[in-house]
Write a protein that binds this ligand. Sequence first.
Ligand code: SIN
Ligand code: CO
Length: 374
Amino acid sequence: MKTHSILGGMTPQKFLRDYWHKKPLLIRQAIPGFQPILSRDDLCALAAKDDVESRLITHFKGKWQMQSGPAQALPSFDQKGWTMLVQGVNLHDDAADALLQQFRFIPDARLDDLMISYATDGGGVGPHFDSYDVFLLQAHGRRRWSISAQQDLSLQEGMPLKILKNFQTEEEYVLEPGDMLYLPPHYAHDGIAEGECMTYSIGFRAPSYQELGEAFLQFMADTIDLPGRYADPELAVSRRPAEIGNAMLEQVAFELDKVRFTSEDVAVFLGEYLSEPKPNVFFDRSARPLNLTRFIASAQKRGIKLSRKTRMLYKGKHIFINGESFTANASDRKLLAALADDRGLEGAQLTTASEDMKEALHLWYTDGWLVLGR
Ligand code: SIN
Ligand code: CO
């Protein structure tokens, strides 16, 4: 079985079997000689943008405070005890995107984003737990991670962020650039910068069933087909006019019980839901896009590549891209699956694409969902 360098030479199979959701794993020099992708200044510039999600967390004089971005003014870099977290850096930077892609031994449906934190000495987000798995890759400087398998996950009340009431360190590791720590969901941890540092979090997404259920019902609202209208040809004289009668209740219950869904409905829902970009994602439309003929000619020469921001998934004949779904014929399906898996296609691969598929690709190109060139 192929080993994966980012897992310290472990096979992804072994990682998933022995660690994923189960226990922490420290990988020294997961990326030997790792150099940060963005400088401190680059990261601050990103955090100042409107379409970038960021938070500033300060722990000054024992008091936790949190402010959502875009950051107006940051504390001085000489001041200890603050950190800035920038979410979704992979959406804005090619190298960050490429780093996230190294974790695609886990499906796209589960991968979330690359978050980068910058902290001054002593900075961190406090002892807490996350509901998701996370890989914490040290990018710059040193960070001391204290971790604990404790069952007591009660939180301090009235805090602007999740801080554990009774954090009991069980193990401690100091991470240097290139070192990486994997933590399963609900594993208590506290990372404190030793001097200025930057940490990259490779985060996952695990929607709650409540969230999925609510979204599924909305999806079903557009999908259900219940013909007919309530009627009561046998209506009896009402003695209590404000009361809902049993006959009405039973008839409506009987009709609503006809609402059915299949695993195909679930697949389409899931694909649309999981491929929906986050609300703050805006695609860069090309100012003067090529027309269809020129686009295809160029794509057949240069190939195409999905935008970093595009989420593309598939299941059987269903193709999902940025929250939309459609079905494709068997030959297009193969190509579109390759586009989703490889996040691009070589020019030569496009020769067999149907006219419909070419038109779809052109539309995606115009909307900035994909670009020319591999
Ligand atoms: C950080 O990078 O400071 C926070 C990462 C985490 O604890 O989840
Ligand atoms: Co955490």
